[in-house]
Design a protein around this ligand. Sequence first.
Ligand SMILES: [Zn+2]
Length: 149
Amino acid sequence: MTDRQIIHGRLQEAALKITDNFCYSCYKVVEGQYCPDCRTDDFMRHLSGVGVEYGTEWVIEHLLTTRLTPVDGEEMFEELLDECYPEVKIGEIVYSVSQVLKKMDPLYFQMGASENLQHLADDGVLYEYGGEYYQMSDLEEMLDNIESA
Ligand SMILES: [Zn+2]
């Protein structure tokens, strides 16, 4: 299993933990593995105050979007550029490389920013979900809190 699969597994467990079993036929929250009335084990997930749906993906999305803040990919790329390259002097005025690149070649800048995010996700520093990138350390802290609750 890759780190990404392990984290996704933990997210699924967390999604199950913060939700209740919900029997659609009887339309109620159910304790235990089977519905005491109709004996089904095919439950929807019920998240108090949010809703009822099948599956855990919507719960995972809710966890990530309400408890974490996605990183700002452009800002991260700016910092990376300005750490790697010295400032540029044009005439008497000094510019940071990120400023110059953003102005001179915005398309290249955007591509660089998204490649940087992808690279950090491949390295396990960030976690990509639904087109947003989250700090893995924030995500693990959130999971630790849910798991130990
Ligand atoms: Zn039932």
